[in-house]
Ligand binder design. Structure first.
Ligand SMILES: NC(=O)c1ccc[n+]([C@@H]2O[C@H](COP(=O)([O-])OP(=O)(O)OC[C@H]3O[C@@H](n4cnc5c(N)ncnc54)[C@H](O)[C@@H]3O)[C@@H](O)[C@H]2O)c1
Length: 250
């Protein structure tokens, strides 16, 4: 893969997103890491820059279109046109369905689904102009098999899968592929917070129910992103690539 292609990763300061940022940055790509966490953005971008990587860190709320557009203008002027987008930013929380009030529902949709809409739609003109692009969304096992106390999360992630498939068809003739990765259990701060809150079982307990008996790592997901972003994956679009140790096979 050409190493000069500009990569945007949302939620790039933690967990899966940080794993994706590190992989592409260390392979020589200019990478923009967008997130809400100022301190982590600063720390992680400085660490990669000290290794010689070309990394731009910006505070962005993906549910805010103006924020996304402003960051993209900076990315275009400092790094160049956007070629690869990994729409990964998201939140998760355990709430019984009967307790999901309208603001709770709306916030989940705004970040986990509308955030992907903003992130991807605002980048696509660069890819259409280049006649080459890669869009990778991070959805979830919860959209494939459901998750108790996560109906709002499951619905938003189901929307991400539908959006991914529709865009794959709409932009196929433009040299742009659009695929989604639905992780099951990945050891990240999000998963650890769920365990601490008692809304997610301990990871070593869940691991006993995974055919490959360990939680996934951000590196597992990043490796799949690298494949989907490669020239070798130019005939792969609209796919749900489950990187999950066999937890869900469908
Ligand atoms: N960890 C898992 O087991 C698992 C399983 C299935 C799906 N996922 C999905 O993977 C993605 C990454 O999750 P993770 O486990 O790395 O979580 P994480 O909490 O470690 O990282 C998510 C990052 O997204 C950022 N973020 C949240 N809201 C944002 C917003 N509005 N704008 C910009 N950035 C925002 C957070 O600040 C954080 O840095 C999420 O979409 C999540 O739903 C994770």
């Amino acid at each position: 893969m050409e190493a000069n292609r500009v990569v945007v990763v949302t939620g790039g300061a933690s967990g899966i997103g940080l794993g994706v940022v590190r992989l592409f940055a260390r392979k020589g790509h200019p990478v923009a890491m967008l997130d809400l966490q100022d301190e982590a953005l600063e720390r992680e971008s400085a660490a990669l820059q000290s290794e010689g990587a070309r990394v731009l860190a910006r505070r962005v709320d993906v549910s805010d279109r103006d924020d996304v557009e402003t960051a993209y203008s900076a990315i275009r002027s400092e790094l160049g046109p956007i070629a690869i987008v990994v729409a990964n930013a998201g939140i998760s929380e355990g709430v019984r369905f009967l307790d999901v009030d309208q603001p709770t529902w709306q916030r989940m949709i705004d970040i986990n689904l509308t955030g992907v809409f903003h992130t991807v739609q605002a980048a696509l003109p660069d890819m259409v102009a280049a006649k080459w692009g890669r869009v990778i969304t991070i959805s979830s096992h919860a959209a494939q098999s459901g998750a108790s106390d996560r109906a709002h999360y499951s619905a938003a992630k189901g929307g991400v899968i539908g959006l991914t498939r529709a865009l794959a068809r709409e932009f196929a003739a433009d040299g742009i592929t659009v695929n989604t990765i639905p992780p099951s259990v990945v050891a990240t701060p999000m998963a650890e917070q769920g365990v601490a809150a008692g809304t997610f079982p301990p990871l070593d307990v869940i691991a006993q129910h995974i055919p490959i008996p360990r939680p996934g790592t951000p590196e597992d997901i990043a490796a799949a992103c690298e494949y989907l972003a490669s020239d070798g994956a130019s005939y792969v679009t609209g796919q749900v690539l489950a990187v999950n140790g066999g937890m869900f096979i469908g």
